[in-house]
Design a protein around this ligand. Sequence first.
Ligand SMILES: CC(C)(COP(=O)(O)OP(=O)(O)OC[C@H]1O[C@@H](n2cnc3c(N)ncnc32)[C@H](O)[C@@H]1OP(=O)(O)O)[C@@H](O)C(=O)NCCC(=O)NCCS
Length: 195
Amino acid sequence: MYSNSGSSVLSRQTLATHLVQPYQNLAHPMRTETEEHFVSTDAALLDVDFIHAVLNRTYWAQGRSREVVQESIRNSICFGLYEKASQRQVGFARIVTDKVTFSWLCDVVVDEKCRRKGLGKFLMSCVVAHPVVSGTLCMLGTSDAHGLYEKYGFRRSEQMKRPRNQGEPNKSADSMTSVGAPSAAVTCPSVAKWN
Ligand SMILES: CC(C)(COP(=O)(O)OP(=O)(O)OC[C@H]1O[C@@H](n2cnc3c(N)ncnc32)[C@H](O)[C@@H]1OP(=O)(O)O)[C@@H](O)C(=O)NCCC(=O)NCCS
């Protein structure tokens, strides 16, 4: 398929088309909603103050500066979870990805006051339904929420990781993976429908 023959050129073109199509429409933010909440990939809606504050209360992102949060948002596909009535942001997740082969899910968090009401599951259903996530190998690291991710097709698997160098310029950023956690690797199924 990948040799230099004429038919392989066609195969490569077909492959390229196949790879590009799933996210051709991603120029437009995606949104999916329930009666009281919605999830959107519109970066303009994100409340950086909320995201910075709630991440700093997690076990993996304590001490992450607002600038680093902002830069990580700029370089990721971000999912905001919002209350419809107040338009207040109450959850967040982001995907770091090459958009064709691999994606990494991180910073999944729901406002403490809104937990245990199914919102984490709503957020996750939107994440795994996103064409980039459903079309790539998606991985994550967690120390205790395996049960949540297993509901969305993630399976436990051992991975290697290299922590960032302390002396590198981005030293204010914390490590990309969760602390000391076994990672789970999986290709994600589609669960929710984007509109
Ligand atoms: C994890 C988190 C996003 C879940 O959000 P939530 O709105 O409380 O979750 P939901 O109400 O949708 O339910 C989560 C489901 O996953 C399950 N689950 C498994 N491990 C869990 C964990 N560590 N925390 C929360 N839920 C967990 C719950 O039992 C529940 O399943 P059920 O409905 O069958 O009982 C939220 O608790 C949170 O922000 N926690 C702090 C940050 C965090 O730990 N993020 C994940 C780290 S990788």
